[in-house]
Design a protein around this ligand. Structure first.
Ligand code: SF4
Ligand code: SF4
Length: 293
């Protein structure tokens, strides 16, 4: 079984549309995982049925029982995060500040404080239009545990792949270089970097490549809209050569890409185009490059 993760230095590079296209090309062979939990939008293209879901709990926050509290102020004294408020001798917790360390609970002489586990979102197992499964999630508003939710999505996708004897786990990774993308990358067999030929796109690609190196992972690159700036595209190609990144393909700018999206389709399901052909070839190349995993 091979785990392929698609990432980009930042959002808006076409990462999700390209991953969804690969999901269509993989057909029933793959389990899809949408690890872009902060801005999940693969569902727009793959039409999951949201059939099974579970709440996801992660982290704790303190809560004071006002009936028991004897207003000694000890909790406020020890909280390093200024999460305990004293308003007219009424002690309560500011949830956004609370880091869930539990120190206040330890020092409370009357056990007025309870640590409450936080519901940070939901994760789903859905059937998608290719008649395979997709694992995806929705992070609750203001929740900051996306790394853990990503890890959960990946774990469940792996389990499903094993149970259903699927050869491929195709993961739409999180953008950026923070904790969620680190979670997306752990355990991957191959990483596909999507980039655009702009100065910031190239810069983001270099940053994300540094991250990949820490994981000692084999990587390939797809330059999206390469013809928007041929000069930077060439620089990206050189960078790939120097760093032993497989240049998977250079995709031309094509309005059909966006048009397909607005109809809820990937470019693969849309009209014939150069970009469709290139994506089909890219997928074949990726399958070859990951042979033996
Ligand atoms: S759990 Fe920690 S951070 Fe939260 S209120 Fe108590 S001491 Fe402060
Ligand atoms: S330590 Fe306990 S009793 Fe004292 S103010 Fe805090 S919650 Fe109330």
């Amino acid at each position: 079984m091979k785990e392929i993760v698609v990432i980009s230095g930042k959002g808006g590079t076409g990462k999700t549309s390209i991953t969804a296209s690969f999901a269509i090309l993989a057909d029933t062979e793959a389990i899809i995982a949408d690890c872009d939990v902060d801005a999940a939008d693969m569902h727009l293209l793959l039409q999951p049925d949201f059939a099974q879901y579970e709440d996801f709990y992660s982290g704790f926050k303190a809560d004071i029982d006002q009936e028991i509290c004897m207003k000694c102020g000890k909790c406020k004294q020890v909280c390093r995060f200024d999460a305990v408020r004293n308003d007219n001798n009424f002690y309560d917790i500011i949830p956004l500040n609370c880091e869930g360390c539990g120190y206040c609970k330890e020092v409370c002489p009357v056990n007025a404080i309870t640590m409450i586990e936080q519901n940070v979102g939901k994760w789903y197992i859905s059937k998608i239009k290719t008649d395979t499964f997709m694992v995806h999630a929705k992070l609750g508003v203001g929740a900051d545990n996306s790394g853990k939710l990503v890890a959960k999505v990946k774990k469940e996708a792996k389990k499903l792949a094993q149970e259903n004897s699927k050869d491929i786990i195709l993961i739409d990774g999180s953008p950026g270089i923070g904790c969620p993308v680190v979670s997306s990358l752990s355990g991957a067999d191959y990483v596909i970097l999507i980039t655009e030929p702009t100065l910031s796109g190239f810069h983001d690609m270099k940053r994300v490549f540094e991250l990949i190196q820490n994981f000692n992972l084999h990587a390939g690159c797809i330059v999206n809209k390469y013809d928007v700036n041929n000069e930077i595209s060439d620089k990206i190609t050189d960078f790939c050569k120097k760093n032993k990144i497989d240049l998977i393909s250079k995709l031309p700018y094509d309005e059909a890409f966006t048009k397909a999206m607005t109809t809820g389709k990937t470019i693969i399901e849309y009209e014939d185009s150069e970009i469709k052909d290139k994506l089909e070839k890219s997928w074949k190349k990726i399958m070859k490059l990951t042979d033996g995993h």
